[in-house]
Design a protein around this ligand. Structure first.
Ligand code: COA
Length: 188
């Protein structure tokens, strides 16, 4: 997992120009590579502002396969929301579970989080199942939680709290974190 760089744009465009990937998002699918370039260019300012810290999920052979990151940080309560997408050729490959192990280790061990929240559209069965598979617990439904254009969408809210993560297989995955986190994302 690493921060995106300018020369990742073509690959991100390739993966996120697939409507199956962005179906449940407020953005996309990409129609021009400039949209991926703009997303990459915006990342440093968003990290500095404490808005979002997104990483590319990188396969040693295939290169970038998706994106995962932390947003909606509450320093006071020690929580953040995790969001992810994986390119369709890598669905079911284990990349998503590995990415969740990495982001959870970053959040709980390095940043001092107490809770990770995740949302899945009530109609996005695959995402709900994928979250439960890696140890997130379903908490309920938030109605009219996300706006996509003119439509409001209901989401299922999931959580992974520190004590559950510590006992989960995710915590057994060896993870090395390098670098200094942006101060707004330090929660502990
Ligand atoms: C959500 C996402 C990250 C999950 O990664 P993944 O590699 O597809 O997930 P996994 O294969 O590990 O797990 C998916 C699970 O859902 C199951 N599944 C597949 N389609 C399903 C459906 N329509 N309804 C319910 N479960 C479904 C799979 O069988 C699997 O469960 P199993 O391992 O018990 O068999 C990936 O599919 C993705 O990027 N989707 C598009 C973007 C997105 O929806 N992001 C999440 C936004 S909240």
């Amino acid at each position: 997992m690493r921060y995106p760089a300018a020369d990742d744009a073509a690959r991100l465009f390739e993966l996120a120009s697939n409507p199956a990937v962005t179906r449940w998002f407020s953005w996309g699918p990409y129609t021009e590579v400039s949209q991926a370039e703009a997303w990459i260019a915006a990342q440093p300012a968003k990290r500095d502002a404490g808005e979002i810290m997104d990483f590319l999920v990188v396969d040693p052979d295939a290169g970038p396969v998706g994106v995962t990151g932390l947003t909606e940080v509450s320093k006071r309560d020690g929580r953040a929301t995790v969001g992810s997408w994986i390119g369709e050729p890598y669905w079911g490959s284990g990349a998503n579970a590995e990415a969740k192990a990495l982001i959870a280790a970053l959040a709980f061990r390095r940043l001092g989080a107490e809770r990770l929240t995740a949302w899945a559209n009530t109609r996005n069965g695959r995402s709900q199942r994928a979250l439960e598979r890696v140890g997130f617990r379903r908490e309920g439904v938030l109605r009219a939680w996300h706006r996509h254009g003119d439509e409001m969408h209901d989401v299922v809210v999931f959580a992974l709290v520190r004590s559950v993560w510590e006992r989960s297989p995710l915590a057994q995955v060896p993870v090395t974190v390098e670098g200094t986190p942006p101060p707004s994302f330090v929660l502990g």
